[in-house]
Design a protein around this ligand. Structure first.
Ligand code: V47
Ligand code: SF4
Length: 387
C-alpha cells in the first residue's frame, strides 16, 4: 500500500487529473485506466508534482548514481533480422560482427581498478557460440581479477537463450551462472510486452510472460533484477500501462525488482526507424518526463526509478529529478580518469559533472552500490549560482 502524500491542488490544472490526485494523496493504488488518463493529459507539471511528492516520501532529496562499466561481449545475435529496433546486432558473418575472447574481456575490464568501478554491466546478443561455458569462464575470471566488483549481467532474453542452447532449465542456468559470479540481472529485453507490439518490433523474442517468468525464477533464487520498457515507437498508452501492470504484479509477488528504467527508443541505424520515417527524431522531452513520472506513480511498490541520461540527455535527466526519479544511470568516471580517457569521455560523465547536475536540481547526491546501499556521500558545498 503506497504511503499518503500531500499535494498542492493549485498545481493541478487538468480537471481529469483531480480524482487521480486524490487517490495519490490517500495512498490508493492507480489503475491502468488512470495511467492512460495521465498519458493523455497535457498537464505535465501536475504529473511531475504528484510523482515528485511520492518520490520525496520514499527517497527524500537524495539522488543516487553508481560507478559502473559496460561490457558487451558479443554483438552476434540470432534475432538480428526480427528485432527491428536494434542497431547493435550482427549476423555471424556480417561486417562488424565480433565476439570477445577472454583476453579481450580481461583487457576491457582492466580499467575497473583505476576507475573504482563497482559494477560490470554485461549484455550482448543471442550468440550460438556464447553458451554457459563462455559466461562461466568470463564471470569466474572477472571475479578472480576484480573480486570487489558486482556482476550485473545477461538479460532475461539472454538467460533463456543460454538455457535453450544448453538444454537446461532457466533455473539450472541461473544457478550455474550465480555459482560463477553472477550477482543481479539487468532489465533489458522487456521492450513492450503486448503481443501485437512484440510481433511488430521484436518478433521471435521471448514473450512478455516468459520475460516475467525468468525474473520470477531469478527472484526465487534471491537474484535481484531491474526492469525496463522501450517506449516511443508503435506502442499505445494502453500497451504501456499493460506492460507496467505486469511489472507491478511481479513486484507484488516477489519484491525482487531493484529499479525500473524506461528506455527511450532511438530510431537511427535500424529498420524500424526507417519504416516509421523517424530517423534522427528520438522521443520528446515531454514524453520522456511523462514516462518517468508515470512509472513512479503507477509502480508504487518500487523504491527506485532510474533515468538513463545517455538516452534522454543529461538535461532531461536533471529535470526528471523533479518528476519522480531518484537514480541516474550512465557511466560515471572519476575526474582524473576522465581526462585520461580520450575518446571514451563522450560516453561518460565525470564525477564533478554528475554532482553538478544533481546539485543544480537542488538535490543531494550519493554514490551507491548495486543494491542501493550508500557507499559515499559528498559534502554539502553550495550549488554554483550558474548551475
Ligand atoms: O533491451 C535496443 C534497448 C535495452 C534500442 O538494468 C534500445 O540497469 C533505444 O536494458 N533505442 C538494453 N533502446 C539496455 C538496458 C539497460 C540500460 C541501462 C540500465 C539497465 C539496467 C538496463 O536497450 C534493450 C532494448 O530495450 N534498446 N535498441 C534503440 N534503438
Ligand atoms: Fe538486438 Fe537483443 Fe534483439 Fe539481439 S535480442 S537483435 S541484441 S535487441
Amino acid at each position: 500500500m503506497p504511503a499518503p502524500v500531500q499535494l498542492d491542488h493549485h498545481l493541478i490544472s487538468d480537471p481529469s487529473l483531480r480524482p487521480l490526485a486524490e487517490k495519490v494523496e490517500r495512498g490508493e493504488r492507480l489503475t491502468q485506466a488512470d495511467g492512460v488518463t495521465l498519458f493523455n493529459s497535457g498537464d505535465l507539471l501536475a504529473i511531475g508534482h504528484m510523482a515528485d511528492a511520492v518520490n520525496r516520501v520514499k527517497n527524500g532529496d537524495r539522488v543516487t548514481f553508481a560507478a559502473n562499466q559496460h561490457i558487451n561481449p558479443t554483438n552476434v545475435c540470432i534475432l538480428r533480422k526480427t528485432c527491428v529496433f536494434c542497431s547493435y546486432a550482427r549476423l555471424p558473418k556480417e561486417e562488424g560482427a565480433y565476439r570477445y575472447t577472454m583476453e579481450q574481456i580481461w583487457e576491457e575490464a582492466a580499467t575497473a581498478n583505476s576507475t573504482l568501478t563497482r559494477e560490470f554491466h554485461i549484455v550482448g546478443g543471442l550468440d550460438m557460440k556464447a553458451g554457459l561455458a563462455y559466461y562461466i569462464e568470463m564471470f569466474r575470471g572477472l571475479k578472480e581479477r576484480h573480486p570487489q566488483v558486482h556482476i550485473k549481467a545477461l538479460t532475461a532474453v539472454e538467460i533463456a537463450h543460454i538455457a535453450r542452447i544448453e538444454k537446461l532449465t532457466v533455473r539450472d542456468t541461473l544457478v550455474a551462472l550465480r555459482e560463477a559470479g553472477l550477482d543481479t540481472l539487468p532489465g533489458g529485453g522487456a521492450e513492450v510486452f503486448s503481443p501485437g507490439v512484440r510481433a511488430t518490433i521484436a518478433d521471435k523474442k521471448l514473450s512478455g510472460e516468459e520475460y516475467i517468468d525468468v525474473h520470477r525464477t531469478a527472484h526465487a533464487l534471491s537474484i535481484r533484477s531491474n526492469c525496463t520498457m522501450l517506449y516511443g515507437h508503435v506502442e499505445t498508452f494502453e500497451d504501456r500501462m499493460a506492460h507496467l501492470a505486469m511489472l507491478r504484479d511481479l513486484q507484488d509477488e516477489t519484491g525482487g525488482f531493484l529499479a525500473y528504467i524506461p528506455l527511450a527508443y532511438h530510431p537511427d541505424n535500424n529498420e524500424l526507424g526507417e519504416t516509421l520515417h523517424r530517423v534522427g527524431t528520438a522521443t520528446t522531452g515531454f514524453d520522456d518526463l511523462k514516462n518517468l513520472a508515470i512509472g513512479r506513480l503507477f509502480l508504487d511498490n518500487f523504491d527506485h526509478i532510474k533515468s538513463h541520461w545517455i538516452m534522454v540527455t543529461p538535461f532531461v535527466s536533471q529535470m526528471s529529478l523533479h518528476f519522480g526519479v531518484n537514480d541516474l544511470e550512465g557511466t560515471v568516471v572519476r575526474e582524473k580518469i576522465y581526462h585520461e580517457a580520450g575518446a571514451h569521455t563522450a560516453q561518460a560523465m565525470t564525477l564533478d559533472q554528475i554532482l553538478r547536475l544533481i546539485r543544480g536540481a537542488r538535490k543531494v547526491p550519493a554514490e551507491r552500490d548495486s543494491f542501493y546501499q550508500i557507499v559515499r556521500t559528498f559534502d554539502e558545498s553550495p550549488t554554483p549560482a550558474a548551475a
